[in-house]
Design a binder for this molecule. Sequence first.
Ligand code: 5AD
Ligand code: SF4
Length: 470
Amino acid sequence: MDTELSYLQRKGAEYFIQETKRVIEQRHTALPMAYVHSFGCQQNQSDTEKIMGMLSAMGYGFTPTAENADLVLFNTCAIRENAETKILGNIGAIKQYKMANPNLVVCVCGCMVQQKHIVEKLQKSYGFVDIIFGTHALASFPELLYQKLAGLETKLVNVLDKTDDIVEGLPVHRQDALKAWLPIMYGCDNFCTYCVVPHVRGRERSRRPEDILAEVRQLVADGYREITLLGQNVNSYGKGLSPAINFSGLLRQIAEIPGEFRVRFMTSHPRDCTHELLDTIAAYDKLCIGIHLPVQSGSDRILQAMNRHYDTAHYLELVDYARKKIPGVMFTSDIIVGFPGETRAEFESTLELIRKVRFEKLFTFIFSPRPGTKAAEMEDPVPYSVKSGWLRELLEVQTDIVYDLYAQMIGHTFVVLAEAESKSKPGVLIGRTNTNVLMEFEGTKDLIGHFIPVKALKATKTAVIGQIIE
Ligand code: 5AD
Ligand code: SF4
């Protein structure tokens, strides 16, 4: 069941996929090649898989380099300024190929182009870009490409301000045969003061559980072993859906689907992470026990300035409760260092929290002011060099913690999904535990795709070396 608008968008996408395919078939003797480069988070990678699904349905093959491609597409990220700078550099490097081949179609989409100033910049200084479309206009890509290829328009922009719709049923070209991304919701309503996401991905909206469950069943039937549920704030899944359902309810239904697979999810917001959710994780083996719960800061004043709606006491209570209910649970987190006005003492509170929780992995960032966000307007007197010093200090503390956590695993056996052969060590397989710890162990390639008991023998700073238990 679609809403009227999303039904029309899907039908429109299907129609223009066929029309574009027809135009391409008339022109090309060889398979046209697309070079697709995706930046940013898993949500963006998931969007990229849909874009590639549509390209594939239109008759494109894929090439790993932009040189000689017939179409180049960048799916962009706006989360930090250095991401944007890097992406603009990548786009700029395409100009030479366009000059050599005027038929090359250059597309830029995603979060960055949801910002007006970026679209203006692309139009002014990157005139060789043909098609620009935002996060809300994914389903219009085949139509834009059709107009370009059929010569109806030369420069095309579709950046909708917002959407309340979810277009189901677009084709997906998955990049992995074992692990799948599965978005359960889109957008974000939180307005953390540093964050551009609500500005570029719009209001929060959840997919219907029946659509999600059908996709999980299909993935399991297709042999996928690990499904990661995606959303900016999965803990608030279900808002506005009827009949009522929350994230724990969805997880229970997914975990009851028969088959050999496991489930991860990201990202959780500590404000909305409930005891019910932690109890649900404890109740089902299929639900992984590595929980990504971004804390951002260990200072209550900074958390308030970030508009996070929880304090460190709440966060630590959740961690304690989880440790009691879920044996072996591990936490990972995101940290922002140098939020505007952060003092040395406040930074030290973050170090203290890290030492208390003992995260298995941290994704660490230096604050980057984003146009349109509240934090970008705040006084920010601490120089960047000091902030990067703090970040180095934090990483040193974290490296020791991870090594300790891994050393504590020695002698215990873990169920590991064997994912691939190590690139540097033939005969060695790599895989992850249900806490998401990377393990390396000797084994033959036929084991890839299986869940295998592996005993931990030795810790390194980045992985645990183990041995398969017969
Ligand atoms: N500056 C630095 N880091 C940021 N993040 C989000 N916005 C910013 C910003 N403006 C970080 C947060 C978030 C992660 C995805 O990126 O830690 O959880
Ligand atoms: Fe993902 Fe946010 Fe970057 Fe968009 S801006 S790609 S939502 S991290």
